[in-house]
Design a protein around this ligand. Structure first.
Ligand code: ZN
Ligand code: ZN
Length: 413
């Protein structure tokens, strides 16, 4: 059995290699036309065409959201209904101003490649061969708007993840890692409304909404010393006034508030909102507090999936030397919410560069030729992990048990 499983994994790798050219083109097409959250029309077009042009994939463009999609392929050796439904997630949104500085073009490529590899491997199985498995449905999900906007949260609400048993995705990073903790996040918008007036002639008639914004920013800076070390607050003044000779009557700030534990997030949000309200009180402005999108949850680990991913990754030459990486802080992802709905893995992969995410250098690396070999290697490791989930006796049960336990531990915290 072990030998046959290795053959099957090798077959998945060969299928991915055989499509390396179109996969690279897909990645470059997305990278060269960066699109922001919910505007990823070119990327959506490139990905849906990619699957529509391949045999046996049933593609649903604009699936639940305008720039989301779904592509399904069913493997039913004995004609039965799918007993196991595996999802591969693609992201493809970029960042304002710096393009694909988080490398989501590579996430899309890896998701597509892993699904192709798994399909090719399963198709190579003789129907009367010794490897037995339930019928499998492979689903590629295009999930827009990860960098703010919470595309996956909308897809969760639409029930898209209800019919999946295990989901797989991988994110570009400086190192290979099966897991890294991601912070729970609140995306807040603060608006202050004051009263305009001539800033030199009769400033006393005005109510200064920019003063409120500046105080809010400073109040949060003061709060920082009293926060737990791993909590994060950071924001910008999006609108600060029109011209110096008018007392600004309307200002707007955007803030991200983040905590490693989901239960701490409302505590931090509460403290931050006190800072915002205090600024309104001090200046006489009216305040409006809004959520830009629902909160992102932290990512729950799945030890069994991570272990299998590491075994497969090592066999392909990945190095997982840095033991501290899983606990080092990172950003946040809407995959966190997915990890509370369905068991899954959100691994990280090296792209041939030391550049940090959300920098111009990372954008350059994500579009480089060098990144391709690492993206394909990661896709192979994901496809191999999916093969283990399908065929290794007892693994799926352990993955489900890990999911249940991780959720329970989070609630007990
Ligand atoms: Zn990012
Ligand atoms: Zn990202």
């Amino acid at each position: 059995m072990a030998l046959r499983l290795e053959e099957l994994k090798r077959r998945a790798g060969e299928c991915i290699e055989a499509s390396s050219e179109p996969l690279g083109e897909l990645s470059r097409a997305i990278w060269s036309r960066p699109e922001l959250a919910y505007e990823e029309r070119q990327a959506h077009g490139a990905l849906t065409r990619f699957f529509a042009g391949r045999p046996a994939w049933a593609v649903q463009p604009r699936y639940k959201l305008e720039t989301a999609f779904r592509a399904d392929w069913a493997w039913a050796p004995d004609g039965g209904p799918p007993g196991l439904r595996l999802g591969f997630l693609c992201e493809y949104d970029a960042l304002p101003g710096i393009g694909h500085a988080c490398g989501h073009n590579l996430i899309a490529e890896v998701g597509a490649a892993a699904a192709l590899g798994l399909k090719g491997a399963l198709e190579s199985l003789a129907p009367d061969g010794p490897l037995r498995a339930p019928a499998v449905k492979v689903t590629v999900l295009g999930t827009p708007a990860e960098e703010g906007g919470g595309g996956k949260l909308k897809l969760i609400d639409a029930g898209v993840f209800d019919n999946l048993d295990v989901v797989f995705m991988a994110h570009p990073f400086q190192k290979d890692a099966p897991y890294k903790s991601a912070l729970a996040t609140h995306h807040g918008i603060v608006k202050y409304y004051g009263k305009a007036s001539h800033a030199a002639a009769y400033p006393w008639e005005g109510i200064n909404a920019l003063d409120a914004a500046v105080l809010a920013y400073n109040n949060l800076s003061v709060l920082r010393q009293q926060m737990k070390p791993a909590w994060r607050v950071h924001g910008i003044i999006k609108r600060g006034g029109e011209i110096p000779n008018i007392i600004p009557s309307c200002t707007e700030l955007a803030f991200f508030l983040r905590t490693p534990l989901l239960k701490d997030l409302p505590v931090l949000v509460d403290k931050a909102e006190s800072c915002f309200r205090a600024a309104a009180l001090a200046t006489g402005c009216k305040i409006e507090l809004k959520r830009e999108c629902p909160d992102y949850y932290n990512v729950l680990p799945n030890k069994s999936l991570q272990q299998i991913y590491m075994e497969n990754g090592k066999s392909l030459g990945m190095e997982f030397s840095d033991k501290t990486i899983s606990s080092t802080l990172s950003g946040s992802t809407d995959f966190g919410n997915v990890s509370y709905v369905v068991p899954g893995i959100h691994s990280y992969f090296y792209i041939g560069s030391d550049a940090l995410n959300h920098t111009e250098q990372f954008a350059e690396a994500a579009g480089s030729e060098v990144a391709q070999q690492y993206a394909l290697r990661t896709a192979k490791a994901l496809a191999m992990t999916a093969i283990d989930v399908i065929f290794r006796p007892g693994l799926l049960e352990r993955v489900r048990e890990d999911f249940r336990q991780a959720k329970q531990e989070e609630q007990e915290h």
